[in-house]
Design a binder for this molecule. Structure first.
Ligand code: FAQ
Length: 313
């Protein structure tokens, strides 16, 4: 087949909502876009374990500790499904990790903010996982089969994460005045970074138009951001917390909330590596990887020993 025929057959499949599978022909740019997005997503899950990991030893009760531990382990699992999905596109996991550790690869801006109080565990679950689900549920219908299938399970777990975060906020908001203040303070600090998670405005989004055509993305950054705000404002009201945006106002005509200006300078500064915790997160990630070398070596040695035993039988 000629290249034009291959491309038109590919687009036809995408338009017909058929999944593209690893061995199918795909445009090189489609493959590269997927590797970029899926690996950034995987890195986000893994780096995203760090702000919460700091609170495992300081959780206020055994029950809270078990829940937090389970949530963080889920994030590790999400990273692994996503690295595996990415590997089906012909890239090695080692390469992806090298790019993360050298600072070449991006991960979500949100994980470069500090988690300074227990209420931040509530805010991360409620807002960060809430934003993540809003973005990720449509990805269950993304055009690349392995990514779409990985997202189904990830979304089920993220929805539990969002509820556990909201429940922490609810408990604090119903608690003493100081506890309620802790919850409000966490909301004040995490609100705008969560809104930024959806990426630049559509007018400044480099990849959206092509990714929407290929059905890698199903909705634009601004559409998902608006949905998230519309979903979250009533949740804040229900537990008596105030969204830190004086311009937030219900727009009856649009049946949506109008909201204030996003500080894009702050966003790009964080994305470029100059956020409050970028250097620490990268340092901790590299250190965790180096300290885990013996586990990887042991796993490889065991696999070799096992296959040698099977082959000798
Ligand atoms: N942070 O043209 P677009 C989670 C970059 S998982 C950093 O609009 P695109 C779970 C973008 O890469 C959270 N960089 O890009 C959890 C591009 O740069 P490049 C992660 C960002 O790809 C919860 C440039 O800006 N979720 O939270 C960000 O079409 C709690 C231009 O942007 C995913 O990755 C950002 N926020 O749309 C874990 C979901 N936004 O690559 C632990 C999958 C944009 O050209 C605890 N990804 N950039 O150098 C996506 O849906 C998309 O990739 C977007 C960005 C929507 C994030």
């Amino acid at each position: 087949m000629f290249r034009e025929d291959l491309e038109s057959h590919f687009q036809h499949k995408v338009d017909a909502e058929e999944k593209i599978e690893p061995k199918d022909w795909m445009p090189e740019e489609y493959r590269k876009t997927l590797i970029r997005q899926i690996s950034q997503h995987a890195h986000s899950e893994i780096v995203g374990m760090l702000p919460e990991g700091n609170w495992i030893t300081r959780a206020p009760s055994l029950k809270r500790k078990c829940i937090l531990l389970a949530k963080i382990q889920d994030e590790a699992g999400h990273g692994l499904y996503l690295y595996s999905a990415c590997e089906t596109l012909g890239v090695e996991r080692e390469q992806l990790l090298n790019d993360l550790h050298s600072g070449k690869a991006k991960y979500s801006s949100i994980f470069n903010y500090p988690a300074i109080s227990w209420a931040d565990m509530g805010a991360i679950g409620w807002l960060v996982d809430g934003a993540a689900i809003m973005n990720q549920i449509p990805l269950c219908r993304t055009s690349y089969g392995p990514y779409a299938r990985a997202m189904v399970r990830i979304c089920k777990e993220e929805s539990f994460h969002q509820r556990q975060g909201y429940e922490i906020m609810l408990t604090l908001a119903k608690g003493t005045a100081i506890q309620k203040q802790m919850a409000q303070d966490a909301l004040n600090r995490w609100w705008w970074p969560s809104i930024m998670m959806f990426g630049p405005n559509d007018s400044d989004s480099l990849h959206s138009a092509q990714s929407l055509k290929w059905k890698i993305k199903r909705f634009s950054n601004d559409e998902l951001r608006q949905r998230f705000i519309d979903m979250t404002v009533p949740q804040a009201e229900l537990i008596g917390l105030k969204i830190p945006d004086p311009d937030l106002k219900w727009n009856e005509e649009r049946k949506s909330y109008d909201f204030g200006k996003i500080n894009w300078d702050e966003f790009w500064n964080v994305v470029k590596g100059n956020g409050p915790c970028n250097k620490q997160r990268l340092h901790d990630r590299v250190e965790a990887h180096e300290k885990g070398a013996w586990v990887r070596e042991a796993a490889v040695a065991y696999a070799e020993k096992r296959s040698a035993r099977i082959n000798s039988n």
